[in-house]
Design a binder for this molecule. Structure first.
Ligand code: MEV
Length: 317
């Protein structure tokens, strides 16, 4: 029997980095997915195969294991222990999401892996899948807020904070989001520690930015509910100025944002920053103009519907 699960990628519309320190954020799933298939084997090995390479490992963690496979290996070992499985696992990962671009490829992978592997033994509720996926993500980013995994699990548009978790947000139709990839890979862990250092060295400024971000997230929620792309774009630009202040932007990202803002309503980095993607709010005919301009400066870009379906699971013989 093979158990398969697919989870969507996500964008953070508002609140990255500040969410780690308890501020609310708004995220949504997008139309790109990671799909994971799992089957039980007789041997005492876990085999993980993906575009990043194949890794075979034992049932207990050993030094020198492939770091890219660590979160999925964590999920596999956790499920083997939880369900008392006597053998090993074969896990195949297929992804439409570029890694290291701020679109949650690793979160979607952890969520889909937790659902696919657990599906071999039981049908776990989404909250439990998310809990295991978040612990898996924390093997590579100890302070992860859990926001990305929540968006990949539940899908749609959510508000998220570390105390209350995810709440559904219903947006009016009409808002369109352009995602443009700077082509510069980034390290989430490095950017999170950069933001942490800024906070340590500038506690007053950081506290004030957190306060402003909370108000901004409330206004952005209103703009989404009203389908008001112009206000949404304005809040994105404001959010970007806070992200610039804490040092998680970069020259190339600023250049792309400048280009998007010539025809779009406002834009910002999405995810950890330092590279990866930006998002831009747009509507109507301006979408095509903005995309042309972004492609003209060498960015791979796409328009996405916001709020695609969340985690899906199915079994095959
Ligand atoms: C990374 O996609 C989002 C951050 O806010 C980190 C986190 O929430 O764990 C930078």
């Amino acid at each position: 029997m093979t158990s398969t699960a697919s989870a969507p990628a996500k964008v953070i519309l508002f609140g990255e980095h500040f969410v780690v320190y308890g501020v609310g954020a708004i995220l949504c799933s997008i139309d790109r997915r990671v799909s994971v298939s799992a089957s039980a084997t007789g041997g005492k090995k876990i085999r993980i195969s993906s575009e990043m390479g194949d890794a075979t490992m034992g049932l207990r963690p050993e030094p020198g294991e492939a770091p890219h496979a660590a979160p999925v290996a964590f999920v596999a070992r956790e499920m083997i222990r939880r369900f008392g499985h006597a053998g090993g696992l074969d896990i195949d990962i297929r992804s439409e999401v570029p890694p290291g671009a701020g679109l949650g490829s690793s979160s979607a992978c952890c969520v889909a892996a937790a659902a696919a592997v657990s599906g071999l033994f039981a049908r776990l509720p989404k909250d439990e899948i998310l809990e295991i996926a978040t612990r898996a993500e924390r093997t590579i980013l100890a302070g992860a807020s859990g926001a990305d995994g929540a968006a990949c699990t539940y899908g749609g548009i959510i508000t998220y904070d570390v105390k209350r978790g995810a709440q559904k947000l219903t947006a009016a139709p009409g808002i369109r989001i352009i995602v443009a990839n700077s082509g510069e890979a980034h390290s989430t862990a490095e950017m999170v520690s950069r933001a942490g250092l800024f906070r340590e060295e500038n506690p007053g400024v950081f506290g004030e930015l957190c306060r402003k971000e909370s108000g901004l997230v409330r206004r952005a929620g209103d703009a989404l509910r009203a389908g008001d792309a112009r206000s949404l774009g304005r809040e994105m630009s404001e959010n970007q100025s806070y992200l610039e202040r804490i040092g998680v932007s970069g020259r190339r990202l600023r250049e792309i944002i400048g280009i998007a803002d010539m025809t779009g309503y406002g834009s910002k980095i999405t995810g950890a920053g330092g590279g990866g993607c930006i998002i831009s709010a747009a509507a109507g005919r301006d979408v095509a103009k903005t995309m042309d301009a972004l492609r003209g400066c060498g960015c791979e870009c796409f328009e996405t519907g916001i709020g695609s379906r969340g985690l899906d699971t199915f079994l095959t013989d």
